[in-house]
Design a protein around this ligand. Structure first.
Ligand SMILES: CC(=O)N[C@H](C=O)[C@@H](O)[C@H](O)[C@H](O)COP(=O)(O)O
Length: 232
């Protein structure tokens, strides 16, 4: 296994992303967030968009998993080979791409995309999958890592309230490549459960780097307690 992957074994990866129109959607801000995550012990950073990636790769000394969300089709995570090569050109060590079997905007299959990406860059390829079958297919096409990123986000998968640990277990049983638990890991306990389920590493995004959502969780709890009367 490449040293780069070995450095992620049993570790936390922090996803630093702000969404279109949000106050933190700014490469400088995301770079500071990424640096803070590294200070806290993140073994790698996952980030989105060419500008954010260029800035973050230069600023942190841990591996970076890069992606480019684009378009409003079903396949939006690094949807084409062109997007993937642009991500690799930022210096991202791992390129995350959609790992489903859904039609891709450039007409290439997942297999063709992984093969071309491996031929044309030195980056490792992480496939963001939503089912066991997709993970098995992606690994057979040469994916270097398989993530549960899209579980609950495709039209044919249900959203579990926390991370999809059953999918993690099934993928770990079926695959030889590292399985990354990603998606809805909202607490340290859930992150530990993912490792217990066999995940090679765990990606946490929202619960660490998305203050509006985290604020909403607390606001909801406070409002609920107040609505119940507080201390009588
Ligand atoms: C489905 C999709 O587009 N996921 C994206 C993939 O990069 C991000 O929006 C998520 O924040 C990331 O996967 C981490 O997950 P969570 O924020 O739940 O910890």
């Amino acid at each position: 296994m490449p040293d780069l992957l070995e450095s992620l074994r049993g570790r936390l990866i922090v996803s630093c992303q702000a969404y279109p129109g949000e106050p933190m959607r700014d490469p400088h801000t995301m770079t500071r967030v990424a640096q803070a995550a590294v200070d806290g012990g993140a073994a790698a950073i996952r980030a989105q968009g060419i500008e954010d990636l260029t800035s973050i790769v230069a600023a942190v000394d841990v591996p970076v998993i890069g992606l480019w969300k684009d378009g409003d089709a079903d396949v939006y995570i690094t949807p084409t080979l062109e997007h993937a090569l642009a991500v690799a050109a930022t210096g991202a060590h791992i390129v995350a791409i959609d790992g489903t079997g859904q039609a891709r905007p450039d007409g290439r299959t997942l297999e063709q995309t992984i093969e071309a990406l491996h031929q044309q860059s030195t980056a490792l390829v992480m496939t963001d999958c939503s089912t066991l079958e997709e993970g098995v297919a992606a690994a057979s096409y040469g994916a270097d890592l398989v993530g549960t990123t899209l579980a609950g986000y495709t039209s044919y998968t249900a959203k579990t309230s926390g991370p999809d640990l059953a999918l993690v277990t099934a993928l770990v049983d079926a695959l030889d490549v590292p399985v990354i638990c990603e998606g809805r890991v909202h607490s340290p306990a859930q992150a530990a459960q993912a490792i217990d389920a066999g995940a090679f590493a765990v990606v946490v995004g929202t619960a660490i780097t998305h203050p509006s959502t985290i604020t909403g969780w607390f606001e909801h709890a406070v409002r609920g307690a107040a609505g119940a009367g507080g201390r009588e």
